[in-house]
Design a protein around this ligand. Sequence first.
Ligand code: ADP
Ligand code: MG
Length: 254
Amino acid sequence: MNGVHPTEGDQVARAEELTKAYGEGEARVLALRGVNATFHRGGFTAVMGPSGSGKSTLLHCLAGLDRPTSGRVHLGDVELGALGDRALTRLRRERLGFVFQQFNLLPTLTARENILLPCGLARTEPDPDWLARLVGLLGLTGRLDHRPAQLSGGQQQRVACARALVTRPEVVFADEPTGNLDSHASADLLRFLRRSADELGQTVVMVTHDPSAAAWADRALFLVDGRRRHTVQDPTPAEVLRVMRELSAVPEAA
Ligand code: ADP
Ligand code: MG
């Protein structure tokens, strides 16, 4: 059933038969081949799969950063493909959040200014209580006047998380958010993402290739060659590792 569990609560986002092709002719690559997935409010999903399996492409299509070649993405009652570029940009700003592997903070701005950037772009005022809660949960109190270069990698990524969540987005997308962090900083970040789902009701979709990172999620979806091949509910590192080995050993069915 593609991970659809009606008891999990409201459906926030849905991908239907997503296909994405890059390039033309002999250079044509099918990065996604008919992917279906449903995301529920407050759910934390890990997207896994080997390098080149389409994880980032899936995330980008779900997040309206890229348009699928065919298929549909629904966010609430909106179908992203029906929106023009300006409306899509607005929807991204107002309703979605992103965390990237490279943090992507603006170096000349303080942590506070970086966190408030999406509010400026969306011309909305931050909710002071929400902001204080985020900053507290992320352990950034006392760091808000620092510039990125004055912060550790872990702190920079936590600033990026606060920036992603400041507008209370419907879904937070994170592409390998712990890829540049040491194990201690990774655990802090993953614990925050877990708490943001459990305590703040945030919906989180995270790409990772690390079984111990995936184990923080409620479920792990596995892509192989652009197809969804497996789902693990309540993943443990051992189970994720077992599925990874199985999927890389068994040739794709024709
Ligand atoms: P993953 O994140 O799982 O490593 P990607 O989604 O980045 O995989 O890529 C899936 C496939 O699509 C790969 O074969 C990759 O080379 C190809 N691809 C991704 N982005 C582009 C692009 N902009 N142009 C051409 N090919 C791309
Ligand atoms: Mg990727």
